[in-house]
Design a protein around this ligand. Sequence first.
Ligand SMILES: Nc1ncnc2c1ncn2[C@@H]1O[C@H](COP(=O)(O)OP(=O)(O)OP(=O)(O)O)[C@@H](O)[C@H]1O
Length: 317
Amino acid sequence: MIKVEHVSKYFGNDKMAVEDISFQVEAGETLVLLGTSGCGKTTTLRMINLLLTPSSGNIYVNGRNIKEQSPEILRRGIGYVMQDNGLFPHYTVAENIAVVPRLLKWETQRIQSRTTTLLQKLHLPPAEYQQAYPRQLSGGQQQRVGLARALAADPPVLLMDEPFGALDPVTRSNVRKEFKSLDELQKKTIIMVTHDVQEAFELGDRICLLNKGRIQQIGTPAALLFKPANDFVSTFFGSQRLQLELQTVTLQDIWAYLPVQNKTSKTGEKLLSASTSCWEALEVTSNGQPLIIQHHQENKQADNQLLMAAFSQYKNK
Ligand SMILES: Nc1ncnc2c1ncn2[C@@H]1O[C@H](COP(=O)(O)OP(=O)(O)OP(=O)(O)O)[C@@H](O)[C@H]1O
């Protein structure tokens, strides 16, 4: 769906922002560009919708080299969500959402109906919000409108630049969960920029970790944790590593190391599916509550200690 081939970007003659990066994002996949400030994430993202022109290399969207398309036409198929939401302050919420559909000359009724649908899905009751101006909304609400605007014409591709960056940690975590469960996003091909490791692990099917304009590793969250490509990757997660590992490894992964339980759950025991992460399971057992896990008609039992012991065995296998 998106193919980036040996792309470099220099500002002026010698300011290297991105050097020889290549990656591919499949249809329906979410790739997160992760890295510390200045590593080239935003530059990479902005080259894909031609807000910046690569100094060398090629980018293909849906099989077509973007060089061969006009930026305006290209961008109609690519939604773009900015960190500061980029809403027009003198447009109402409804007018902001209608920007691309108007460019596409949709009929008024179709625009209205699409706006209403999106506002409902994003938990902004249309009667209350469609005539409001951005300044009358909270940061989280503005960010939702920014997303609604990017989704309005149902583009197959979505580029998101630190979409939750301006929000406080609690709002950030809530809006992130909402984004994750939004049906409109399920089939989109998404490239998202963040410097927040938690966010990258929560939302990315794969993560592309950058440093100083170069790709260090691209892979699933589990691959970056358990099969780091180099020292930079293995030290990048620092003190967050254990939590990330527990969030990434599921009860199914540690199944072989848990004791069998030949009974169904009884009162006081929580029943979890094997796709639950070890982290979520520990949240249950940390208050002393044992749990039963179900997988392929087999039950296993676990408490805090059993979970951690099985996790250690899995890691050392
Ligand atoms: N217009 C520009 N002119 C000159 N240098 C630039 C320009 N835009 C970005 N750079 C430089 O290119 C490098 C990569 O910047 P970029 O914004 O892509 O990084 P980033 O990883 O997105 O950082 P942040 O997380 O802080 O947004 C940085 O060193 C930056 O200073």
